[in-house]
Design a protein around this ligand. Structure first.
Ligand SMILES: [Zn+2]
Length: 422
């Protein structure tokens, strides 16, 4: 099975001359005006927007026809993402937009120029082209060079204006081959106390989870704590501008920590024909509005962002990633993965009143997620196994001092193979 992997590489427009900046600014203004006009049709139908808008837009807007079309596509994306996240369209008023150039209206080449070898030529409107010098950071440069070697293909370029500076976002694409029939399901979940938890289950032995692993995200927690402290101090002194800048620095530091995704993918890669499963967290944020404290705890660890990295890195390594909807992962934290009993969990350990199993709660939830994917793929019997004969034939009484699972054996559990990932 083939899958497209996308990557965005950001470069900065390096000291462009004022005329070029003027032309870019004017194009942005026109483009934004056009997007708002398309938005006023309140439709996600390409045909409708084209029929009602295209001819008129050609007369009314000073834009390349290719740009008129990308503005339409962009409008549809804005509307769709809005409909997905919120119900009410009337509040939809984006305050900025980037300009999308597709292959018809940009070219990108490497030259022998001493300032920078990378030059991006954009066609803005009839007869008006600008060539812009682009500079990249080290990592970005490596990816762009890969693209010049043909390992990635160039798709679109988004021109973004931020704080008075222009940036070019190159969207690169690569097609990877993924195995048709995976043999190991690896669930990766955010935990109650961990940044991420992972567990693997083999098709050959669906009852036994293998090698649970934790990434606690301690460094991220430390960064978050530090910045929230500085932020409070600044707020006391009423320095709001500084607070904004601080937010950017914090995000950057946290993003640097997301290299944990590499470890997670390496973890998955050690198993034969792995497939990764995660919970689709779209819309989860809204559910937690009730408690501010809980809210902070949940979002202090950027699991959703981590998921995006994991998916990208995994696909590049030929590992498929599936998401399960909220509905499909219902109750995964409350169910005993061994006997299927539903109970409330208190504290870090899942204690099953029915079969007596004691297990790390995050790992238990993670195992349940693998089970859900396995049954949706039709893998053998993924029914909860019979309760193991843990107490020598006597059924354990609820809360009657259930025996602890032996670690290292069938259920490898917390403490045996965990790492902070740092
Ligand atoms: Zn149980």
């Amino acid at each position: 099975m083939q899958r497209d992997v996308q990557l965005t590489v950001i470069g900065k427009v390096f000291k462009p001359n004022p005329n070029k900046v003027l032309a870019l600014n004017m194009t942005l203004k026109e483009y934004f005006r056009l997007v708002r006009r398309y938005l006023s049709f309140n439709s996600t139908s390409k045909t409708l927007l084209h029929e009602n808008g295209y001819e008129k837009a050609k007369r009314l807007f000073k834009l390349n026809t290719a740009l008129i079309q990308t503005a339409r596509d962009k409008t549809i994306e804005i509307l769709k993402s809005f409909q997905k996240n919120r119900k009410d369209n009337s509040a939809l008023r984006p305050n900025r937009v980037s300009i999308r150039f597709d292959k018809r209206c940009y070219s990108f080449s490497k030259t022998t120029n001493v300032l920078t070898p990378y030059w991006l030529t954009l066609s803005l409107f009839r007869g008006r082209r600008v060539s812009l010098p682009i500079v990249f950071g080290e990592k970005q440069k490596a990816r762009i060079e890969e693209a010049f070697r043909g390992e990635w293909s160039f798709t679109t370029v988004e021109m973004v204006k931020r704080d008075g500076e222009w940036y070019a976002h190159f969207v690169l694409k690569k097609t990877v081959e993924l195995p048709d029939e995976p043999e190991t399901v690896i669930a990766i979940d955010r935990g109650e106390a961990n940044l991420a938890v992972a567990v693997a289950i083999s098709k050959k032995d669906p009852v036994k989870p293998m090698k649970g692993r934790f990434w606690r995200g301690g460094e991220i927690k430390r960064i978050r704590g530090l910045y929230s402290h500085i932020r409070r101090k600044l707020q006391e002194k009423n320095r709001i501008g500084k607070v904004k800048e601080l937010g950017r620095r914090e995000r950057h530091k946290v993003n640097q920590q997301l290299h944990i995704a590499n470890e997670i993918v390496a973890y998955a890669k050690q198993f034969p024909k792995p497939i990764i499963v995660m919970e689709d967290l779209n819309g989860i944020r809204r559910k937690f509005k009730k408690s501010k404290r809980l809210n902070r705890r949940f979002h202090s660890l950027p699991f959703r962002k981590l998921q995006t990295y994991i998916k990208y890195k995994a696909n590049l390594k030929g590992i498929e990633v599936r998401y399960l909807s909220k509905k499909e992962t219902k109750n995964t934290s409350k169910i005993c993965h061994r006997c299927g009993y539903v109970t409330q969990v208190k504290g870090r350990i899942f204690k099953c009143p029915n079969c007596g199993m004691e297990y790390d709660r995050d790992l238990n939830a993670c195992i349940n997620i693998t089970h859900r994917l396995m049954s949706s793929m039709g893998w053998g019997s993924c029914e909860p196994p019979e309760p193991a004969d843990v107490t020598g034939g006597v059924k354990p009484q609820p809360n009657a001092g259930s025996p602890r699972l032996q670690s290292g054996e069938a259920h490898i559990c917390f403490g045996t193979s965990w790492s902070d990932g740092e």
